[in-house]
Design a protein around this ligand. Structure first.
Ligand code: ADP
Ligand code: MG
Length: 297
């Protein structure tokens, strides 16, 4: 199986949200990271066939997704960044409805699958409760179940951990690992820790372009030799932090150990560190948006 984006561009009026994106996906877990506004959702929507690109093609095994139509959609599962739910449906009713939309067949098969998925996302005990009363995390988990309903070959998750608590995040990671076999799984997120130790490959997006692509170690090469930890006395801490991209501060008595990413290391005592994903993200974007809440939902 091969999913190919060939020179994809997208304009909203004069604004170019995507520029000449060419990528090839094979089965595996892909982490698409970048700050808000980078173009991740636009790309996910185009792959999902919900948004039409201005330029380029989406090809599944050499055939244009648009022309495959239903045959393409049948192989695709999608968790959009903002899921529209029906508050008066129960979880089960919603999944039945989604099964119908996806033209799944066989009542027994569907019921079996629904109960399997509710188990998988830890919603079995809420199966017959109305979605209107669900928390953000519960809705998100139902959205994840919905995306996997028809056991798709290609799974797209857009900001899947939005609204999930730390425990739910761990469960989500385990679920992704479990379901990913022989599938193309694309996970778009602005939170680096969502893809750490999970993605086989990273795609880093900035302003509508993919600026880095490779395995995590390959991408980390970019900042290799640029990460330092420096001892800074309390009195100089503020000034120092204003001058560098700081990825971590450890207070150690009088001094603080400050981890920075920089092309030009400061003079004085310091230690070269091996890079991690947070460092890489900071190197590109200056700031890591830590919040995992659903500010855009
Ligand atoms: P991300 O998912 O990485 O946060 P998006 O794909 O949502 O990024 O947005 C990429 C850019 O396109 C942003 O600058 C955003 O403001 C713009 N954009 C997204 N959707 C629309 C739209 N429907 N109309 C106009 N501009 C849009
Ligand atoms: Mg988005």
């Amino acid at each position: 199986m091969e999913l190919k984006l060939d020179g994809i561009g997208k304009r909203y009026g004069k604004h170019r949200a995507l520029q000449n994106v060419s990528l090839i996906f094979h089965p595996g877990i892909y982490g698409l990271i970048g700050p808000n506004g980078a173009g991740k959702s636009t790309m996910m929507n185009i792959i999902a066939g919900i948004l039409k690109q201005t330029e380029g093609k989406v090809l599944l095994d050499g055939q244009e997704a648009g022309k495959l139509g239903k045959r393409y959609r049948a192989r695709l599962g999608y968790l959009p960044q903002a899921v529209g739910f029906y508050p008066n449906f129960t979880a089960v009713q919603f999944l039945r409805y989604m099964a119908q939309i996806q033209e799944m067949e066989g009542t027994a098969v569907i019921e079996q699958r629904i109960s399997e998925l509710l188990e998988m996302v830890n919603l079995s005990t809420h199966a017959n409760q109305k979605i209107g009363g669900f928390s953000g995390g519960m809705k998100q988990r139902l959205g994840i179940a919905q995306a996997l309903l028809h056991d798709p070959d290609i799974v797209i998750f857009d900001e899947p951990t939005a609204g999930l608590d730390p425990m739910e995040r761990i469960r989500f990671r385990n679920l992704v690992t479990r379901i990913a076999v022989n599938k193309i799984v694309i996970l778009a997120t602005h939170i680096v820790s969502d893809v750490q130790n999970l993605a086989d490959e990273l795609l880093i997006m900035q302003k509508g372009s993919v600026i880095c692509r490779g395995t995590i170690p390959e991408c980390l090469e970019i900042v290799n030799g640029r990460i330092y930890s420096v001892h800074i006395p309390e009195s100089e801490l503020l000034t120092f932090c204003e001058q560098y991209r700081v990825t971590q501060i450890d207070a150690k008595g009088e001094d603080s150990v400050v981890r920075i990413v920089t092309d030009e290391p400061p003079k004085g005592a310091m230690l070269l560190e091996s890079p991690n994903l947070e460092d890489l993200y900071l190197y590109f974007f200056g700031i890591q948006q830590q919040n995992g809440t659903s500010e855009e939902l």
